[in-house]
Design a protein around this ligand. Structure first.
Ligand SMILES: [Zn+2]
Length: 109
């Protein structure tokens, strides 16, 4: 049963991969949820949290530039499905399905 206010849902699962020596790597989106900023450029905070009722382990990734600009939706909420990875990296590729408004990468003129 879902109560009032339970319509919130995370953006999807954290993507993981194994590196060449089988270490678990947590992959985070390289672009903020608004599709405006490259997180490695503007800065971001990543923290572990849980959903409202503690039913889901979440990774919250907040865009520093969106926060500065007071934009809503500055934070990705991704569900952690693996133990804490040994490494983390930023990559948009595994998130194509949940980044529908991802901006085109800047074109060098
Ligand atoms: Zn942003």
């Amino acid at each position: 049963m879902n109560g009032v206010g339970s319509t919130w849902r995370p953006d999807g699962p954290v993507r993981y991969r194994r590196d060449g020596i089988n270490r678990l790597v947590g992959v985070m989106p390289a672009t903020c949820k608004q599709g405006l900023h490259a997180l490695h450029v503007v800065g971001y905070t990543a923290r572990e949290t849980t959903s409202e009722h503690g039913s889901q382990e979440l990774l919250a990734i907040t865009c520093a530039a969106c926060v500065s600009a007071n934009l809503s939706g500055a934070t990705w909420y991704l569900v952690r499905t693996q133990p804490r990875p040994e490494l983390a990296e930023l990559d948009d590729e595994p998130y194509r399905d949940i980044e529908p408004q991802l901006m085109e990468r800047p074109v060098t003129r």
